[in-house]
Design a protein around this ligand. Structure first.
Ligand SMILES: Cc1cc2nc3c(=O)[nH]c(=O)nc-3n(C[C@H](O)[C@H](O)[C@H](O)COP(=O)(O)OP(=O)(O)OC[C@H]3O[C@@H](n4cnc5c(N)ncnc54)[C@H](O)[C@@H]3O)c2cc1C
Ligand SMILES: *[C@@H]1O[C@H](CO)[C@@H](O)[C@H](O)[C@H]1NC(C)=O
Ligand SMILES: *[C@@H]1O[C@H](CO)[C@@H](O)[C@H](O)[C@H]1NC(C)=O
Ligand SMILES: *[C@@H]1O[C@H](CO)[C@@H](O)[C@H](O)[C@H]1NC(C)=O
Ligand SMILES: *[C@@H]1O[C@H](CO)[C@@H](O)[C@H](O)[C@H]1NC(C)=O
Ligand SMILES: *[C@@H]1O[C@H](CO)[C@@H](O)[C@H](O)[C@H]1NC(C)=O
Ligand SMILES: *[C@@H]1O[C@H](CO)[C@@H](O)[C@H](O)[C@H]1NC(C)=O
Ligand SMILES: *[C@@H]1O[C@H](CO)[C@@H](O)[C@H](O)[C@H]1NC(C)=O
Ligand SMILES: *[C@@H]1O[C@H](CO)[C@@H](O)[C@H](O)[C@H]1NC(C)=O
Ligand SMILES: *[C@@H]1O[C@H](CO)[C@@H](O)[C@H](O)[C@H]1NC(C)=O
Ligand SMILES: *[C@@H]1O[C@H](CO)[C@@H](O)[C@H](O)[C@H]1NC(C)=O
Length: 563
């Protein structure tokens, strides 16, 4: 058998593994074991990774570097590029996200380094692949990671010297108008869409549109709905009335670290089902597919208001209008995305005249700016489906990728909007946060405000009384020294502290501060102790572990690249 050629890239892997172990693993997964190569490798002349220099490939990589549709298909790509680097040692293989044609970072004497890119990965096709990986990790001590679309903000999809399970090629999607979760009585029938772990939102939205149904998805075209998104919560523009991803999921097919291939739903493996509905990805097993509730196609009302981004004087007044009206809008089913100079709202509940009425204070404020601001825009429109809304307003406005991004976030409860005093503190805190971010502050109005907590999910209860998930975002240059990286993390944490000071401990685990204080409470509210019991039941050897995940050990060597 043609074996693996020993290479510098995997000297870092655990001593207990040998070339024979890797070759045996490769046979047991049908030859689907591959070497993990940092995306920019072809651009570098000098490298201590596998792979080779290739000008044509390099050109394609430069062109695709900030395009998530390109990146999602590449194992060696991380949307937030620091997670392919070893931040602690500044070992990386990056080009400049803000100037992709700049050859300097890849020119000698710079060397392409493996960083945190897993040196090996399995292109997962079925349950046996995952079972083989668990057995291998238990035998050799090589750490496992699960990588799907590569969007994670906390590096839960990479680790130095690890074996990755790449679920990207689990591409499947089907609709059953009379889906019954396996093992449930026929009376549990519901319309369901079954989606492979790697299937991206673009494809889910198009599929739903073609089948005349509505599926709740996030806003990013290339996140999936069966991987980290749903296990961590899963918010989207319709979550206010239809629920988060965790509220709508009907069933998971999962391989747990003890090697079992299980179906988890409301009738079997119910403890696991509850844990997967908010306990987080990369923790309880490897999900191959999930089934989510389909709703009928629905007509939506959209409202949009904007002024010039450079008219920063207008931001305070804008935030004041939002603070005064957002509880009512939440009660009326609006979800939305708010930048410091614009708001996009959508609701399936109101009609067009009620939408115009309720948005009147926002539109009036914009009109007051119009005489001196040529950038003012307002409109309200009816749109025939979520697919049409996504295509028109969302698909082309994703958050940037191909850069080092750091975020910190907070769930902002209705109590902060209760009276003049609390609203004034909220507006002050938002402005302070905004003044301290290097990139952006987005107020994401995608909380499940009208979907009560029935005990079936393990996300923090705070989601359901919150109006916004506020996300502060910064970043740093790929070539920056460690001191600048550290400053980026402390800077974003400090920016969020203005909001932390006036809110309870609650944040969205998928879009959170890497150093979230009191993260067990912030992400899971009162649920952490039970989540930990379930983790210990299904993964007694801790074969799966990720940063700030249930049961993680911050001192594990797999976290040696965190700063
Ligand atoms: C540009 C951008 C836009 C975003 N927009 C939204 C949004 O609109 N709404 C929202 O809720 N979130 C959004 N997110 C956050 C998103 O939910 C997280 O990044 C999430 O972790 C992505 O999961 P993934 O599986 O796609 O990505 P990955 O980074 O590949 O995986 C993330 C985590 O999930 C685990 N995981 C992935 N697949 C599996 C699997 N099959 N089995 C077990 N564990 C798995 C991984 O181990 C890792 O811990 C956005 C992120 C980015 C970068
Ligand atoms: C997984 O795929 C391999 C072929 O690559 C096959 O031998 C094996 O039986 C499959 N396992 C399952 C559970 O389908
Ligand atoms: C695994 O086996 C396949 C088929 O034999 C081979 O093409 C591939 O290079 C092997 N993987 C590694 C990492 O050696
Ligand atoms: C991008 O890099 C090129 C090549 O180094 C340089 O000429 C150009 O000025 C840079 N552009 C910006 C906007 O920095
Ligand atoms: C839909 O699900 C039902 C109930 O499990 C099943 O009987 C039926 O065969 C499924 N239909 C399709 C097309 O898979
Ligand atoms: C699509 O679904 C809507 C809402 O259920 C229904 O009114 C309409 O008739 C359906 N259209 C088609 C072509 O099936
Ligand atoms: C904002 O930018 C626009 C267009 O570039 C310009 O016309 C306007 O004068 C600027 N306004 C302010 C307040 O700087
Ligand atoms: C913004 O406010 C400052 C201070 O109040 C004022 O001097 C400036 O003219 C204002 N700018 C605009 C564009 O309104
Ligand atoms: C729109 O909704 C409002 C409030 O529910 C209602 O009073 C009004 O009659 C509706 N208008 C139309 C045209 O249906
Ligand atoms: C304002 O609301 C906050 C939060 O709900 C509450 O603690 C406070 O007592 C209220 N203040 C007044 C003056 O009503
Ligand atoms: C690092 O931070 C220092 C001090 O803020 C700054 O002067 C320098 O430009 C930064 N370097 C990079 C590469 O961002």
């Amino acid at each position: 058998m043609l074996g693996i050629v020993p290479h510098l890239a995997w000297i870092a892997v655990a001593a207990a593994s040998s070339v024979d172990h890797w070759n045996a693993l490769n046979s047991s997964v049908g030859g689907r074991l591959h070497v993990g190569i940092p995306l920019a490798r072809p651009c570098f002349e000098l490298a201590d990774t596998a792979g080779s220099t290739d000008a044509t490939q390099c050109e394609a990589i430069r062109n695709g570097w900030t395009n998530s549709l390109f990146l999602v298909d590449q194992f060696g790509a991380f949307m937030n590029t620091e997670w392919g680097s070893c931040q602690k040692t500044s070992q990386s293989c990056l080009i400049h996200g803000l100037n992709v044609s700049d050859p300097t970072p890849s020119d000698p004497p710079n060397v392409c380094e493996q960083g945190s890119v897993p040196p090996f990965y399995i292109d997962v096709q079925n349950a046996s692949d995952v079972q083989a990986a668990f057995t291998f990790s238990k035998q050799t001590g090589v750490p496992l990671v699960v990588k799907n679309t590569g969007h994670d903000y906390k590096g839960r999809n990479s680790a130095p010297g690890s074996l990755a399970l790449w679920t990207h090629n689990l591409q499947s999607i089907s609709y059953n108008a009379s889906f019954v979760p396996a093992g449930c009585p026929a009376s549990n029938v519901k319309p369901g869409v079954t989606v492979g772990a790697g299937t991206i939102i673009n494809d889910v939205v198009a599929f739903a549109e073609a089948n005349n149904i509505t599926v709740v998805t996030g806003a990013e075209t290339t996140v999936g709905i069966s991987g980290g998104w749903v296990m961590g919560g899963g918010h989207g523009a319709l979550a206010n009335t239809l629920g988060l991803g965790v509220d709508r999921v009907l069933e998971f097919k999962i391989v747990t670290p003890d090697g079992s291939f299980l179906t988890a739903n409301e009738c079997q493996n119910t403890d696991l089902f509850w844990a997967l509905r908010g306990g987080g990805g990369g923790t309880f097993g490897v999900v191959l597919e999930s089934t989510t509730l389909a709703s009928p196609k629905m007509t939506l009302q959209v409202a949009f208001a904007a002024f010039s981004p450079n008219n920063t004087n207008a931001t305070r007044g804008f935030y004041e209008v939002l603070a005064e009206n957002s509880v009512r809008w939440a009660q009326q089913g609006f979800g939305g995305y708010i930048e410091p100079f614009q708001a996009l709202y959508v609701t399936p509940v109101l009609n067009s005249s009620a939408t115009a009425d309720t948005m009147q204070p926002l539109f009036a404020y914009m009109e007051s700016l119009a005489p001196t601001d040529p950038g003012v825009q307002v409109f309200a429109t009816e749109i025939p489906s979520y697919g049409a809304f996504f295509e028109t307003f969302i698909a082309n406005s994703g958050a940037p990728v191909g850069e080092n991004a750091v975020i910190a976030s907070r769930l902002i409860p209705a109590a902060n909007f209760a009276n003049e005093t609390s609203r004034a503190s909220l507006v002050d805190a938002l402005l302070q946060t905004l003044a301290h971010v290097t990139f952006d502050l987005t107020l994401i109005a995608t909380t499940p405000f009208n979907v009560p907590d029935d005990g079936s999910t393990s996300v923090t209860e705070a989601w359901r009384t919150s109006i916004w998930h506020a996300v502060a975002e910064g970043g740093w240059d790929g070539a920056a020294p460690l001191v600048n990286e550290t400053a980026a993390y402390t800077g974003i944490s400090n920016a969020a502290d203005f909001l932390r000071a006036i809110t309870p401990d609650a944040a969205y685990q998928n879009e959170a501060d890497v150093h979230e204080p009191n993260h067990e409470v912030s992400f899971w509210g009162t649920h952490y102790p039970r989540l930990l019991e379930i983790k210990q039941k299904y993964d007694p050897d801790n074969l799966l572990m990720c940063w700030h995940c249930v049961g993680y050990d911050p001192n594990s060597p797999r976290f040696s690249c965190y700063i």
